[in-house]
Design a protein around this ligand. Structure first.
Ligand code: IPM
Ligand code: MG
Length: 359
């Protein structure tokens, strides 16, 4: 019996996205070669590159292809040369539309210590020790999508709105993720100031009733921002709404050494979307020095959450750890005594390590 190949839409996007995405594809090609699974990759421009080529940040053809894929692998979107455009025309808008259209309401952003990288973290090693948590960020609601929104001369407004079903479904995801980890959810809100947060807290408490094996506590977002740098190792799963999750996940990312390391999975709908936490990094784009690890680890999450290839996902993660432990480093994680490598060299080292472990 022949099964059709697992279809992955590849969207490199802008800036360093164009450099790191091929490295993640390289890793997935090794997985395909070493397993009995066939992958088909179809690439589309998106973001500023698509505006330049096709006049829009995402074509209908691209969106339709994403919807019929088994998974989408994305690099990064955004180009400062478009900063003068209104928000609705920015390259980044394609990402927001894609997340919504794919109904990827739960964004998982893991943060954990990497071997040998303790010195790259801004935190003292004793504070960082044992840090291993995941931010579950609600991704298709809140301020990013709320209506009304607008700007007229000296007055501008956005609306933070959440409905009970939107909160319920992402809360279920967080409790289920906690069950695969250390059974502890911290829900983050601003219930001392915002009505939306009041509802958030109430619904999360109600959903928790079905997960009595999981511990739940609540933190205000300002307090959480502080706790992330004073006691990061006390968190397991952080559940929060879209904007708070955006901010806290950047903070989380830098704790572990470099934002160039952290992957994300956006799930909930039929098609999962996998992308690094970092952006298009125009300051270093085009130099071939971006760290491809965040995108490679996003490909590992794709294997785990969309392709159900759990062993292979773990093998990719272990290959990354092995190469880091051997002291290979792109500039963002360069430390004394390390071997300096560029983007493609890092990708190739990990691919070779993976090939050895899978064959
Ligand atoms: C992220 C990014 C995006 C977001 C931007 C590019 C719109 O910061 O994925 O965290 O805010 O969601
Ligand atoms: Mg962000």
């Amino acid at each position: 019996m022949t099964t059709r190949p697992f279809l992955i839409t590849v969207l490199p996007g802008d800036g360093v996205g164009l450099e790191v995405t091929p490295e993640a594809v390289k890793i997935l090609e090794v997985v395909a070669r070493c397993s009995s699974r066939a992958f088909e990759f179809v690439e589309f421009p998106i973001g500023g590159v698509s505006v330049d080529l096709l006049g829009v940040s995402m074509t209908d053809e691209c969106l339709e292809h994403c919807k019929k894929s088994d998974a989408v692998l994305l690099g990064a979107l955004g180009d400062p040369k478009y900063n003068h455009l209104p928000p609705a025309e920015l390259p980044e808008r394609a990402l927001l539309v894609l997340r919504k259209e794919l109904n990827c309401y739960a964004n998982l952003r893991p943060a954990y210590e990497f071997p040998g990288l303790t010195d790259a973290s801004p935190l003292r090693p004793e504070l960082l020790a044992g840090t291993d948590f995941v931010v579950v960020r609600e991704l298709t609601g809140g301020l990013y999508y709320g209506e009304p929104r607008g700007i007229d001369n000296d007055r501008a407004f956005n609306t933070m709105v959440y409905t009970r079903p939107e909160i319920e479904r992402v809360a279920h995801t967080a409790f289920q993720v906690a069950r695969t980890r250390r059974n502890h959810v911290t829900s983050v809100d601003k219930a001392n100031a915002l009505e939306v947060s009041r509802l958030w807290r109430q619904v999360v408490n109600e959903v928790h009733a079905s997960y009595s094996d999981v511990k739940l506590d609540h933190l205000f977002v300002d307090n959480c921002a502080m706790a992330l740098v004073t006691r990061p190792n006390s968190f397991d799963v952080i559940l929060t709404e879209n904007t708070f999750g955006d901010i806290l996940s950047d903070e989380a990312a830098v704790l572990t050494g470099s934002i160039g390391l952290l992957p994300s999975a956006s799930i909930g709908g039929d098609v999962g979307l996998y992308e690094p936490v970092h952006g298009s990094a125009p300051d270093i784009a085009g130099q071939g020095i971006a760290n491809p690890i965040a995108t490679i680890l996003s490909a590992a999450l794709l294997l785990r959450h969309s392709a159900n290839m759990l062993d292979e996902a773990q093998a990719v993660e272990e290959a990354v750890r092995a190469i880091l432990a051997k002291g290979h480093a792109t500039p963002d994680i360069m430390r004394d005594g390390c071997n300096a490598v560029n983007t493609t060299e890092m990708g190739t080292l990990i691919a070779e390590e993976l090939e050895r472990s899978l064959s």
